[in-house]
Design a protein around this ligand. Structure first.
Ligand code: GLU
Length: 328
């Protein structure tokens, strides 16, 4: 799990993104980063650690590069940007592995929540084509893939990239050639749109933008969203436009953090169906039963040599672990 947030509008994006990330920090605090678009280029700032580390780095950059035209202190503050707070799944906790990730030409930046299962084969192909990878993550492949498909239309490139990606993820992309545009995609991981006047938000959870707007649209699986300051379009991966009602959430901030439920316990209970679906999605994706054969882990010869299985868990997982021990 990690948190993603995007803003496109007319106000300075940086503070809005940082405020959004603050609300998503519980989703991951290995590293954080933002990409801002201003004066014809995108600049990413990333730092290992929680959001305080990113804010400290931004402050140092502000001081060190003042007057040199960097995005952080540009005359025209960036009004388009994306942000991320990471819970690492693929690749160490390091600055190189922190999001946003970008393609070799530094034109497409992305923030990703989730896992790209087929990233190895895509990475191999894209590397052979001359793309240079700078991280160990599965997520970086999305930036290169979109750039590879890019032909002047980010939404189209995202749709084409989406059809090649396997796994469960949500991502938001921006491209230097289309400054007032964000394009997102959702497959099994949450992505919610916040509608404003002349500005739009997109995030992993409502609290990220609740202080700015209460008008929301919920994205479903297998949907692409195109956001500009003036509006939002939702399409299928084939480009067919979809209707989506704008809903008003009347939650206060505390209720929003609990997803509209009265307590965190109720929220967790109701989230179980989605949590289980997300967890097993890759294993049932191929449609012919449950696929548990991960890297030969269930190879009988290997299993025959196993002397001891240790289940490590605490809290409610401890009780799940006891059931697991019994089942094994
Ligand atoms: N798989 C991505 C990474 O490791 C995203 C992680 C997440 O969703 O927490 O960078």
């Amino acid at each position: 799990m990690c948190g993603i947030v995007g803003y496109v509008g007319r106000r300075p994006a940086r503070e809005l993104l940082l405020a959004g990330l603050r609300k998503l920090e519980y989703r991951g605090y290995d590293s954080a980063g933002i990409s801002l678009m201003a004066e014809g280029r995108i600049e990413a700032v990333r730092a290992v650690g929680n959001l305080n580390a990113l804010e400290a780095k931004l402050a140092v950059e502000d001081a060190a590069i003042a007057g040199k035209g960097a995005v952080a202190v540009a005359a025209q503050p960036a009004t388009t940007g994306i942000g991320h707070t990471r819970w690492a799944t693929h690749g160490r906790v390091s600055e190189e592995n922190a999001h946003p990730h970008y393609d070799s030409g530094d034109r497409v930046h992305v923030v990703v929540n989730g896992i790209v299962e087929n990233y190895m084969s895509l990475k191999e192909r894209l590397s052979e084509q001359g793309n240079e990878f700078t991280s160990e993550t599965d997520a970086e492949v999305i930036a290169h893939l979109i750039a590879d498909h890019y032909d002047g239309d980010l939404a189209d490139a995202v749709r084409r990239a989406y059809t090649e990606l396997e796994g469960h993820y949500a991502f938001v992309a921006m491209c230097v050639d289309e400054p007032e545009l964000l394009v997102g995609a959702r497959k099994e991981c949450p992505l919610i749109i916040g509608r404003g006047e002349g500005e739009q938000f997109v995030a992993s959870a409502v609290p990220a933008f609740l202080a700015e707007t209460r008008q929301v649209q919920f994205l479903d699986n297998d949907e692409i969203v195109i956001l500009t300051p003036d509006g939002v379009t939702i399409t299928t991966p084939a480009g067919e436009e979809l209707e989506r009602a704008v809903e008003t959430v009347d939650w206060d901030e505390e209720t929003a953090e609990k997803g509209g439920y009265e307590t965190f316990m109720l929220k967790e209970i109701h989230e179980q169906a989605d949590a289980v679906a997300e967890t097993i999605a890759d294993r049932v994706a191929r449609g012919d039963g449950v696929d548990l054969d991960e890297e030969g882990a269930l190879d009988e010869a290997i299993l025959a040599g196993v002397k001891r299985v240790v289940v490590v868990a605490c809290g409610t997982s401890y009780h799940a672990g006891l059931i697991g021990r019994y089942a094994i």
